[in-house]
Write a protein of this length. Structure first.
Lengths: 339, 339
């Protein structure tokens, strides 16, 4: 099948650009130095390529991602880098321990109690290194680890995600602030012990020489938000749309806000000759963009819509079409959606 | 089951408030005066209630919504208020004509040709009444209708959605601008003929005494965006989250931007005693919100997250839990997702 025969909106992954991104990251952070985050793609077929590139340990954000990875025989070492209290889902994770290594983040007595009651075996202490989200205070990490060990859980170490520093474009300031976060995480680690010090993301992957692993995910497919940082990763994913209507000064394609993560603002639109178009707005099933007096764009033509945020964009699609050039070479289920 | 036993994030519909909204709209626009738009809920179970309230004709935005409504025996009169060129999906719509009445919007020679080739029988001329999206110029509507009839299609009339006027909060200005749109649509209708003049939405449903039907959808479940207009509809849908982490000054619940449509900005967060919380930001699977010194909120407590935009929020969930008070009384599949 030809890419232009795909029904639209069609989420497309460029296999060669994806390969470039995976190889570039694996060269920088080989093997277990990278724990790829599957929340950025929610696709076991893509995760299998990351494993083939040498990364056997993965990061997840939801129980369903964990269970799905285990079911896909990608469960060598799965970290749920998130807090969960639901007993049914924790029981599913405990069940998955039969054929997968399951570790879950904890940051409170309640999350420890829930994990222990469900029969989970291994945890990581989640530390707040500066992002106001989950994680205990660094000075409290030893107490949390003791609580967990007291409930019979093995404590593998610490994690601390400096998400607030991903998009800092002053390189020197970013480096200094990441180092301060790492200091907090290492201070917590000194209180906790264990083999794992896990941190980082695509925006800071190159700044982590003092942790044992980096949790990057967006590097594989990328988006316009991360593209601004000048990282060595290429845009490998976009949504193909069909122009369904044209008027004087604008055109409309069938890629709307139900096909794009919108929390980082509008996506970019390119005509197939690579020209960027000025995006006016998105509706549920439409993107309206400007055309010029000399446009040759016609109803039926295709456009590329480039996500501003890859993670929620993946969550809106059932399948990804894998292409090499103009040829569709595979169809991957986005099989880790939901919770 | 009790609402607080639901696994979170849980999309919840309050059955009584939904009933209030349906009854309020049916009183204002009874029977075929309303053609409910299913894009706002993507749920055949909810559409069945709208039909039971007297509305046998529906509006859809995607072929899958059309085919799903026909399969659910809700196909008395389905309008695809959108342009489609894909021959496979148009063939599925033509197939659905065997047990449903199928009408599709057209606004160009290309969309007419695609509909005719697929074997569709009935169309509506989509007219641009002021929103820069699909639709032909009003003065061009007669030519479009002639083209369609020349290809053997029955032309049922015109539609023109004044989406740019939904959120105008100056009531007099809104009324005047809607009337101007209706004038354009009626001018087009004079050139086209047919029995149908279709327009409007939840924000303008009360301003349409000169069209034959209104295409409102959001009124059934509502969102914080529409709530600002002071319409007589109640918020009937929210997402229940669990507090998974607390720190000094803030707390985190497990309702992230993969569970909420984000194009209208952040959702609202309420604790279960009805107190609003100041939302700081959403991540993929988290909402961080402010707490006060005297908060009693603890890990494991539940919060309500109210969508800023209902349509894309529905597209992110597989199921809706229907509640009366604290009791879960039904589970509805969000079965019209995708394209």
């Amino acid at each position: 099948m030809h890419v232009h025969d795909l029904p639209t909106p069609a989420l497309v992954i460029d296999r060669d650009l994806l390969g470039h991104n995976l190889a570039t990251m694996s060269a920088a952070l080989p093997g277990t130095a990278l724990r790829p985050h599957v929340k950025a793609h929610k696709c076991t077929s893509l995760a299998a390529l990351q494993r083939a590139a040498g990364h056997a340990a993965f990061t997840c954000a939801t129980p369903r991602e964990m269970v799905g990875m285990a079911a896909a025989a990608l469960g060598d070492d799965l970290l749920l880098a998130n807090e969960v209290l639901d007993p049914t889902r924790l029981a599913a994770l405990a069940e998955a321990q039969q054929n997968a290594r399951i570790t879950i983040a904890v940051d409170s007595a309640e999350t420890i109690e829930a994990a222990a009651r469900a029969g989970l075996q291994e945890v990581l202490v989640d530390v707040n290194v500066g992002l106001p989200r989950c994680g205990c205070a660094p000075a409290d990490a030893g107490r949390i680890a003791d609580l967990a060990r007291g409930r019979g859980l093995a404590v593998r170490g610490v994690m601390g995600y400096e998400g607030h520093l991903m998009m800092v474009d002053d390189r020197e300031r970013q480096r200094a602030e990441v180092q301060a976060c790492v200091e907090r995480l290492l201070a917590a680690h000194a209180l906790v012990g264990g083999d794992v010090v896990s941190a980082g993301g695509t925006g800071t992957y190159h700044l982590h020489d003092r942790v044992t692993e980096v949790q990057a995910g967006s590097y594989a497919l990328m988006d316009t938000h991360y593209a601004r940082l000048g990282l060595p990763f290429q845009q490998a994913c976009f949504v193909i749309g069909t122009v369904i209507s044209t008027s004087a000064g604008f055109a409309v394609a069938d890629v709307g806000l139900k096909a794009m993560g919108m929390d980082h603002g509008n996506p970019a639109v390119q005509t197939l000759d690579g020209q960027p178009a000025d995006v006016w707005f998105l509706s549920d099933e439409h993107v309206t963009f400007a055309t010029t007096d000399d446009t040759t764009l016609r109803v039926g033509d295709r456009v590329r819509v480039v996500p501003a945020h890859i993670d929620p964009t993946m969550a809106l699609h059932e399948v990804a079409w894998v292409v090499r050039g103009e040829e569709v070479v595979d169809r991957w289920a986005i099989d880790l959606r939901g919770w």
